[in-house]
Design a protein around this ligand. Structure first.
Ligand SMILES: Nc1ncnc2c1ncn2[C@@H]1O[C@H](COP(=O)(O)OP(=O)(O)OP(=O)(O)O)[C@@H](O)[C@H]1O
Length: 449
């Protein structure tokens, strides 16, 4: 097997463009873009993720070193990394069929139950491996499952975002993308690798129905709804259309109590997985995707506009002080500080997929939720799941009002929002207090007996 012609050191200061020729843009994430590239000398095709970074690269370096050690056919292989100006270039295995999310988007199809079973077997193997080396992925979703042309699936984007190092783990309590997050992750009651299993259950629903449950609900609300113990766990919209094995597999993944939720190893023994067929089942979907990409071009097929650098620069300038105008969801309190009741949730964009949110508790009091610290998020862009809410604005139902009226309406809306959030908080505290009291009572009775 030919080995890639790359420097061995992490974040090499050598010029990556001497080693790679960029062929095309594959997609965009919250922290940068991913390109298909070809290695000079060997002709090996790779994917390169270019991430904007600030100066503190210690965490990212740790992550990259960890990725280097991760060797599993079910996890996207790391090849090399470069530091170029304010970017880190991460060179990784190229998965020619892109993400499961993109495949669904481009073909406008969902996956059949048999296809989901095949993907699941690979994903569970990947998770079993990661968990065996004591790592949690924390951002499992169809956008982070990549496929090759044989229909084999691999977990991506773990580590790249810097979320897995010990220091980051201590600082950042909640990481993920709202709709896929496990209840215990949102509640910040401490969580472990079982959180990935929940997110995978949600991903299965996403693969079956194209969207995760609660997708039409605003993400700010979702983070209150998911942990609500009185809500039944998510399930397929029409369970009767799917086999009992699939429904049971989902119910197991989506068990509220993490201690009762099975591990990846255990789930690999589930009949839904053991009966999974060959990877070739995914090939028709991949072929159909290729035909569409060949016809329309990747950007059009994915709905990514190809912008020239000048245009991007202009956008960056614009977005410095006008995130809200541009649709980036940056909830703030009235003072404009980056705090929002229980914390600020800064959501940036990814036009192809669903964005990742990091809730950070650097500041214990406010529990400020913010972006991953090492990387600079791409400016002025809207996560896919935010587009539906943006559309409401675009409907222009407010356009006939005067500027003063609009400002007043906005102020009223802010007040209403604060009240709603307060109500939810109050309800949570009451339930929590009640539960704690009963727990104490039970403990006391047990001790007496
Ligand atoms: N190794 C790879 N091989 C082929 N395509 C890739 C590879 N890595 C990423 N891509 C493509 O690039 C897109 C963007 O990936 P990226 O990891 O930056 O963002 P994301 O996972 O979609 O979003 P987020 O950063 O919010 O989690 C993916 O959807 C996928 O289509």
């Amino acid at each position: 097997m030919t080995t890639l012609n790359v420097p061995k050191e992490t974040m090499s200061r050598k010029d990556p463009e001497k080693y790679f020729t960029i062929i095309e843009k594959l997609g965009e994430g919250s922290y940068g873009s991913v390109y298909k590239a070809i290695n000079a000398g060997t002709g090996i095709v790779v994917a390169i993720k270019r991430v904007s970074v600030d100066n503190d690269l210690e965490d990212m370096e740790k992550e990259i070193n960890f990725m280097k050690q991760c060797k599993s056919p079910y996890i996207v292989t790391y090849h090399a990394s470069f530091r170029k100006e304010n970017e880190v270039w991460i060179v990784m295995e190229y998965c020619g069929a892109g993400s499961v999310c993109d495949a669904m988007k481009i073909t406008n199809k969902t996956l059949s139950e048999d296809q989901i079973a095949v993907v699941s077997r690979d994903v569970l193997q990947g998770l079993a491996y990661l968990h065996s080396v004591r790592k949690i992925h924390r951002d499992i979703k169809a956008g982070n499952i990549l496929m090759n042309h044989k229909g084999e699936s691999k977990l991506a984007d773990f580590g790249v975002s810097g979320q897995l190092s010990d220091t980051m783990a201590k600082r950042q309590t909640v990481i993920g993308t709202p709709f896929w997050m496990a209840p215990e992750v949102i509640q910040e009651v401490g969580y472990d690798y079982k959180a990935d299993i929940w997110s995978y259950g949600i991903t299965c629903i996403e693969m079956a129905e194209s969207k995760p449950p609660l997708f039409n609900v605003h993400p700010m609300r979702v983070i209150f709804m998911i942990p609500n113990p009185s809500r039944p766990p998510p399930k397929l919209t029409e369970p009767e259309k799917w086999s009992p094995e699939f429904n049971d597999f989902l119910a197991k993944c989506l068990t509220r109590k993490p201690e009762q939720r099975p591990s990846a190893e255990e789930l690999l023994k589930h009949p839904f997985i053991t009966r999974a067929k060959s990877h070739s089942l995914l090939v028709p979907l991949i072929d159909e995707q290729d035909i569409i990409i060949n016809e329309k071009g990747r950007e059009v097929a994915l709905g990514i506009e190809q912008k020239d650098e000048e245009e991007e620069d202009l956008e960056d300038e614009d977005s410095d002080d006008s995130d809200i105008d541009r649709g980036t969801m940056v909830p703030r309190n009235n003072s404009g500080d980056e705090e929002y009741d229980t914390g600020t949730m800064v959501i940036t964009d990814n036009k192809n997929s669903y964005d990742t949110v990091v809730f950070n508790n650097d500041d214990e009091d406010t529990g400020t939720m913010k972006l991953k610290s090492t990387m600079t998020a791409k400016k002025g862009f809207i996560p896919d799941y935010m587009n539906q809410f943006k559309k409401t604005d675009d409907d222009n139902k407010y356009s006939s009002h005067s500027l003063d009226d609009l400002k007043k309406m906005l102020a009223d809306l802010e007040i209403e929002r604060e009240k709603e959030v307060q109500k939810i908080h109050d309800r949570f505290s009451i339930n929590r207090q009640a539960l704690l009291a009963v727990i104490e009572e039970k403990k006391a009775t047990t001790t007496k007996n």
